[in-house]
Design a protein around this ligand. Structure first.
Ligand SMILES: NC(=O)C1=CN([C@@H]2O[C@H](COP(=O)(O)OP(=O)(O)OC[C@H]3O[C@@H](n4cnc5c(N)ncnc54)[C@H](OP(=O)(O)O)[C@@H]3O)[C@@H](O)[C@H]2O)C=CC1
Ligand SMILES: O=C(CO)COP(=O)(O)O
Length: 339
């Protein structure tokens, strides 16, 4: 668990980027924390606290807030990308220009890009092929049940680091692990990314059912059947089935479908209570990735030809104006099946 000479920076000064910077800073690493909003970065620098996203938690002096992306990236060995999926590509296009050959880039983001239907490691590969094909860059993904606030408060958490090269996954595992932040290694990058992105949609569904006043039976059914459909899609994309019963699969699904800290579950809860999506989203200061991923997940499932009944109903609610109760009724009256 000891610190080594690796230089690591975090790109994205929201709740999760800040919490991950706190994990690394607690090990003694000096961590640049990049954010795109100069006034927000200035506020973090002055107050020693991210009052917008993690209020009440003092930041270590080892965290260096910066709005200068080149300064945050140039010469660093490992970059942790924590910019929401809708802004990820644009930021990475800047990051890659300053990235050193042989660096590792970890995506801690849970989403699928709209329009391209790419996961974040696929976006990174696409950007590299276009902008710096001569560079070798190791892409990785960090995923699992981990509310930023709890991680920042050092509440015991377990999570998975995935990289197609196991030696790199193990190097990154050792870099992030602390006494309260246990990191497993995996080589199933696509499995981790698909489970991470799609659990957010099931969390919206769980919130809707709670908002409608349904009970624990409903939630347990959603978690179980949600996992079945996420697994079907992931396996069709080349993932290992076992990944979906791991931390990034079942683990994160349980957390976000049941935890009151989940932004995606909160969106669903308010929809179930009758609020309009636009009003819910415009009042939230944090990102709920499941809203955009419902669109890309839906298009991906149709492209690959995988039946995903829960996802289809959430898509109809969010993007076709379907009534929440009608969606639940239509799920229940589907043709009977063998489990
Ligand atoms: N929070 C959590 O518990 C966890 C989150 N994640 C994932 O981490 C990712 C980041 O989420 P999280 O940190 O929670 O989000 P937050 O909503 O807490 O923060 C988002 C951050 O990204 C910035 N941002 C928004 N749009 C852009 C853009 N286009 N370019 C650059 N920066 C931008 C925001 O800046 P501004 O303030 O100016 O809007 C803010 O600093 C998501 O994919 C999420 O699913 C994963 C595990 C846990
Ligand atoms: O992914 C998360 C925890 O693992 C956070 O979930 P929300 O984005 O729904 O808050």
């Amino acid at each position: 668990m000891a610190k080594n000479n690796t230089r690591i920076a975090v790109i994205g000064a929201g709740s999760w980027g800040t919490a991950l910077a706190m994990v690394l800073a607690s090990k003694g690493y000096t961590v640049p924390l990049w954010g795109h909003d100069t006034s927000h970065i200035e506020s973090i620098r002055k107050k020693g606290e991210n009052t917008r996203y993690l209020p009440g938690l003092s930041l270590s002096k080892n965290i260096i807030p910066t709005e200068d992306i080149d300064k945050a990236v140039r010469g660093y060995d490992v970059i942790c990308m924590v910019v929401p999926s809708h802004g990820f590509r644009k930021v990475y296009e800047k990051v890659i220009l300053s990235l050193k050959d042989g660096a590792s880039v970890v995506s801690a983001v849970k989403g699928i890009e709209n329009d391209t239907l790419m996961t974040m490691t696929q976006v990174m590969e696409d950007v590299r092929n276009r902008l710096t094909p001569e560079k070798t860059i190791h892409t990785a993904v960090l995923s699992g049940p981990s509310f930023a606030k709890e991680v920042a408060e050092k509440i015991p958490t377990a999570i998975t680091m995935g990289c197609k090269r196991l030696d790199i996954a193990v190097m990154l595992q050792q870099l992030f692990v602390t006494e309260t932040f246990r990191v497993y290694a995996s080589t199933d990058v696509i499995g981790l990314e698909i489970s991470a992105a799609l659990k957010n949609i099931v969390a919206v569904a769980a919130g809707i059912c709670d908002g409608l006043g349904y009970g624990l039976n409903t939630r347990a059914a959603l978690i179980t059947r949600g996992l079945a459909e996420i697994t079907r899609l992931g396996v069709a994309m080349g993932a290992e089935p076992a990944t979906f019963s791991g931390l990034s699969g079942l683990g994160d699904l349980v957390l976000t479908c049941t935890g009151s800290l989940s932004r995606n579950r909160t969106v669903g809860l308010k929809l179930g209570q009758g609020l309009q999506l636009d009003d819910i989203v415009s009042e939230m200061k944090m990102v709920a990735e499941g809203v955009k991923t419902t669109r890309s997940g839906y298009e991906l499932s149709r492209k690959i030809g995988i039946e995903m009944p829960i996802l289809e109903q959430i898509y109809a609610i969010l993007y076709q104006g379907k009534n929440c109760s009608d969606a639940v009724r239509d799920l229940l009256k589907r043709e009977l099946k063998v489990e």
